[in-house]
Design a binder for this molecule. Structure first.
Ligand code: PEP
Ligand code: MG
Length: 605
């Protein structure tokens, strides 16, 4: 594109999903296609071409083995499984034989044969509607491409790009998969200051992962890769979703100043990490907890001032792998998390797969009864997800409960059940938990018999009439991401409907307020663990409702804490009552903005 070649200034917009500003050079992950030599060979050259294939396989294999050895101890477990899966694809005997046959039958060089093989595989995968399988097609492509790069005498293009990336990189990609995160974790030398993806919504996979990595991210930027060139200067504001590509020299100065301010602010936040989140009048304290998706960067969470883990999304340990973690692996994982928190409370949510969080086909086939293997769910968010999936697979559920109860021995751990929509589900889950306790007792294995059991309130049916649900459990946690999705009937991960995904909707606020009111009446602790919990602007509302615990991406903690310390309880109560009387989302938004503005002014006087 002529326009992009000139490195012209342009503004793009997407959905800001974490917080902070990033300024750096674009690294566009649409890697240029390989320039593959294609030539015919004579019959006597066939063994030599086959030998070249074998040699490439051996050397890529060696490279992966080295990577496996170098894997940092604290890197997420998924890193190892992904590398192992990659190794498996590289060593796939069928692939090798098929490519050898193409070489011998068509009398062509190996690079060309690999390309033909890939084309064939891609045509099979392209017709698959299942997004997980489509991703597997991408994995195979990745493996074949790596072999081709090796044959051309080149290292991995991704690694080469990362090596040449020097510093302050903003990654521009279609989507950030678990595999991408793993590459990023592996290449610690990469100074990643921002992520831009074309896909994704405010509570998508990408959002969760970028927050885990403490990286400013903007998602849902359609066409980003065609509009941004490698090496373009990029400014990313993940608070507002604004992106400036190749800013003017004046803007660049302003941006640098903003980024410096942000750095100063972070060091201020860092200094404040030990302060409690208490209102100015000292009448209301809020526990600020972290949402955790992976056992990586746990020290960072404490640096941000987290008082524990309010939501451990255990499903990330189960995703992106063919063999699910057994009891021992889960036990080690939970133990590591609990130990890293050093006695602070840890809430482990049982497997929340389904919807946008998928298990691999192999993992499903090996663990799920055939009758339940419905690959073609038309509405996966309304399908066999979360507690519905685990209750349908009691062995899986009980294995996880065993691992949690064992890891919780003499520790401060709670179990959280996702996507509850009926009392029956709670009763069933509790029945399995009791069965597991009896098993562990009989086997003489140490475990914690007093682990509180709570539910996610994220289905409107629960939030509308929470009494009976809450009576059954020890605590509750409001999952606002799904609560918004289900109450407004809007896909939380679909950028085309992102504007309708409105947390300020009066009905959403009502459902939250109702749940908290009933929980308080019944004396059940209730927290907020969806994205709303980490937004500064909602803090006065939650305090006004009497909420005493908020769980959020750790990077949001300092800002929310700063906000809380400016507020007075009575003002917040009055404000919450006012907000609940508003009848439209714009009214709600305006009322919040007015309150915050007025408050800033009085606070700063
Ligand atoms: C939620 O739904 O708000 C939540 C915290 O859970 P998840 O985002 O993992 O579905
Ligand atoms: Mg949820």
């Amino acid at each position: 594109m002529a326009e992009t070649k000139e490195h012209s200034r342009k503004e793009l917009r997407g959905i800001g999903v974490s917080s902070g500003l990033g300024f750096g050079k674009a690294r566009v992950m649409a890697m240029a296609p390989l320039q593959l030599p294609q030539y015919s060979i004579t019959k006597d050259k066939v063994p030599a071409e086959k030998a070249r294939l074998a040699k490439a396989i051996t050397s890529v294999n060696k490279e992966i083995n080295q990577m496996l050895k170098r894997t940092p101890k604290r890197a997420p477990k998924e890193l190892k499984s992904f590398l192992e899966m990659f190794k498996m694809l590289i060593n796939d005997q069928t692939m090798k034989e098929e490519v050898e046959n193409i070489i011998a039958d068509r009398l062509i060089n190996v690079e060309w044969a690999l390309a033909l093989h890939l084309e064939e595989i891609k045509s099979v995968f392209e017709n698959m509607t299942d997004s997980y399988l489509a991703e597997r097609g991408d994995d195979i492509e990745h493996a074949v491409n790596r072999l081709q790069e090796e044959l051309l005498g080149k290292g991995s293009r991704l690694q080469a790009e990362v090596k040449s990336a020097l510093d302050e990189v903003i990654l521009v990609t279609n989507d950030l998969s678990l595999a991408d995160v793993i590459w990023l974790t592996e290449f610690e030398a990469l100074d990643l200051v921002g992520i831009i993806t074309e896909k994704g919504g405010p509570t998508s996979h990408t959002a969760v992962l970028s927050q885990t990595l403490f990286i400013p991210a903007v998602v849902g930027v359609a066409g980003a890769r065609s509009m941004i060139d490698d090496g373009d200067l990029l400014y990313v504001d993940s608070n507002t979703g604004q992106i400036i590509c190749n800013p003017t020299p004046e803007e660049t100065e302003e941006i640098k100043e903003k980024v410096r301010e942000q750095e100063n602010l972070y060091s201020e936040f860092y200094r404040a990490r030990r302060r409690v989140a208490e209102t100015k009048d000292r009448r209301h304290k809020v526990k600020l907890m972290a949402n955790v998706a992976m056992i990586a960067g746990l020290d960072e969470i404490l640096h941000q001032g987290a008082q524990g883990v309010g939501l451990y999304r255990s499903e990330y340990l189960f995703m992106g792998r063919n063999k699910l973690p057994d009891e021992e692996e889960q036990y080690e994982n939970y133990k590591e998390l609990i130990e890293a928190m050093g006695g602070r409370p840890v809430t482990i949510r049982t497997l929340d797969v389904g919807g946008d969080k998928l298990l691999s086909r192999e993992a499903k086939e090996a663990n799920v009864p055939a009758g339940l293997l419905n690959e073609e769910e038309e509405n996966p968010a309304l399908g066999l997800r979360a507690i519905r999936f685990t209750l349908a697979n009691p062995t899986l559920f009980m294995t996880q409960i065993r691992a949690i109860l064992r890891a919780a021995y003499k520790e401060n751990v709670k179990i959280l059940l996702p996507m509850i929509s009926s009392i029956f589900e709670i009763k069933e889950a509790k029945r399995y938990i009791e069965t597991v306790k009896k098993q562990l007792e009989t086997e003489g294995i140490p475990y914690n018999p007093d682990v509180p059991v709570g539910i996610m309130v994220e289905v409107p049916a629960v939030a509308i009439k929470p009494e009976a649900f809450l009576r059954e459990v020890d605590f509750a946690s409001l999952g606002t991401n799904d609560l918004v999705q289900y109450s407004l009937a809007v896909d939380r991960g679909n950028p085309s409907v992102a504007p309708i995904y409105n947390e300020c909707h009066p009905s959403v606020l009502y459902l939250i307020a109702n749940t908290i009111k009933v929980a308080k009446k019944l004396g059940k602790p209730v927290s907020i663990c969806g994205e709303m919990g980490g937004k500064r602007k909602f803090a006065p509302f939650f305090i006004g409702l009497g909420c005493e615990e908020l769980s959020m991406a750790a990077m949001q903690i300092p800002k929310v804490k700063k906000q809380i310390r400016k507020l007075n309880k009575e003002d917040c109560e009055r404000f919450a009552r006012l907000l609940l009387r508003k009848e439209t989302a714009p009214d709600v938004k305006e009322t919040i903005e007015k309150f915050l503005k007025k408050h800033e002014e009085t606070h700063d006087k």
